[in-house]
Design a protein around this ligand. Structure first.
Ligand SMILES: NC(=O)c1ccc[n+]([C@@H]2O[C@H](COP(=O)([O-])OP(=O)(O)OC[C@H]3O[C@@H](n4cnc5c(N)ncnc54)[C@H](O)[C@@H]3O)[C@@H](O)[C@H]2O)c1
Length: 376
């Protein structure tokens, strides 16, 4: 198969979807790889590094989309990229379609087969292609929150871990999955007073054991969160319902309960945000204020640390890239039920039920959609 790697064009995005190791594995398996000139620069990977492993460097995105059958990316396609997609293409990337009807309609109209990293599942129903970036985003969330609590940056002016004789800051982590666990891990390491909320009691049990009681685990009832908000210095939102738009765990009215200068970090912003007052921001302009509370809502947090994130992401995606390249989409998803769950759009239809519900388009089974072939 011909595999194409365009340069990421989302604001402040420095990751790349394939490393030279990935090129080597694909080429050894008999595939051709086309990389856009400079695609790896943000992650300190040169064109020469790719060429040395057998990739062909093409001058621009148009050439890459023109040559390739499968496009491998990191972030959701931007409008100019959607316009380049055709029914012959397979797109493999993060899509986050539930909060984005416009992008969903664009992908449906393209006729391409679009597989979302974030809905691919493993045998235990976990999200193997979201997990590495969630680990990064969770760690950044606490780091960014601690920074934004500094007075010159508009924060309350409290040190997360306190000092002897002065109490530590209170950190609430809502959603104790991969992001939440990593955020809590760093907050505990910084000696904050940490509370992790989830609605899955088995998950709270796991966290309790993992952290050896060094944070409080709490059931995420509306009332319990509401009661804790007036004490919170930093709240990290990290909930997820697979494929769906994020539920609100703090409403605009509840935000008013928080102290002026407190900070909220909405990691779930890529699924529409879990605080009612959130809107997506960028690394260049990461925060805004509502009701005196600083909101940090960067939708591509791992993009800021590409040297870590590119390798963490591609370690996880490469086996799936190889499977799709070697077997084709239909055979690859027949062999792997978890990869099948990644197909969000195919043959001009939405093939992921939570996405169809969220964007108000009809849901069509994958086999029917791939069989249909034509754009609706
Ligand atoms: N902004 C970014 O750059 C970035 C990067 C990586 C991940 N993310 C996003 O972070 C979010 C979390 O990802 P994850 O990998 O940790 O997911 P996960 O599935 O591992 O964890 C989500 C947790 O939320 C819990 N949950 C669901 N509804 C809840 C509710 N109402 N109250 C409390 N808990 C609830 C679930 O039980 C689960 O434990 C996702 O939306 C993901 O896309 C964002």
């Amino acid at each position: 198969m011909k595999v194409g790697v365009p340069t990421e064009i989302k604001t402040d995005e420095y990751r790349v979807a394939l490393t030279p190791s990935g090129v080597r594995e694909l080429v050894d398996a008999g595939h051709q790889v086309f990389v856009q000139r400079g695609a790896g620069e943000g992650s300190s990977i040169s064109d020469g590094d790719y060429e040395a492993q057998g990739a062909r460097i093409l001058p621009d995105a148009e050439a890459v989309f023109g040559e390739a059958e499968m496009i491998v990316k990191v972030k959701e396609p931007q409008a100019v990229e959607v316009a380049r997609l055709e029914p012959r293409h397979t797109l493999f990337t993060y899509l986050h379609l539930a909060p984005d009807p416009e992008l969903t309609k664009g992908l449906v109209a393209s006729g391409a087969t679009c597989i979302a990293y974030e809905t691919v599942e493993d045998a235990r129903g976990r999200l193997p292609l979201l997990a590495p970036m969630s680990e990064v985003a969770g760690k950044i969330a606490t780091q960014a929150g601690a920074f934004m609590l500094e007075k010159p940056l508009g924060g309350r002016g409290i040190l997360l871990g306190g000092v002897p004789g002065v109490a530590a800051a209170k950190v609430l982590v809502i959603g104790g999955g991969v992001v939440g666990m990593n955020a809590a891990f760093i907050a505990i390491g910084m000696e904050a007073d940490v509370y992790v909320y989830d609605r899955n009691i088995d998950r709270l049990r796991e966290l309790d054991v993992a952290f050896g009681g060094r944070c409080s685990t709490c059931y995420a009832s509306t009332l319990d969160i509401e009661r804790r908000l007036p004490e919170a210095d930093l709240v990290i939102g990290a909930v997820l319902i697979h494929g769906a738009k994020a539920p609100y765990v703090i409403t605009r009215d509840q935000l008013k309960l928080m102290k002026p200068g407190a900070v909220i970090v909405d990691v779930s912003i890529d699924q529409g945000g879990c605080f009612e007052t959130s809107r997506p921001t960028t690394h260049s302009d990461p925060t805004f204020e509502v009701e005196g509370v600083t909101h940090y809502c960067v939708a591509n947090m791992p993009g800021a640390v590409p040297i870590t994130s590119t390798y963490a992401l591609t370690n996880a995606t490469l086996p799936f890239v190889l499977a799709i390249a070697s077997h084709g989409v239909q055979s690859a998803i027949a062999r792997d039920a978890g990869l099948r769950k990644g197909v969000n759009v195919a043959g001009g239809h939405v093939t992921c039920e939570p996405v169809a519900q969220a964007v108000g388009l009809p849901f069509v089974e994958i086999d029917e959609a791939l069989g249909a072939g034509a754009v609706a």
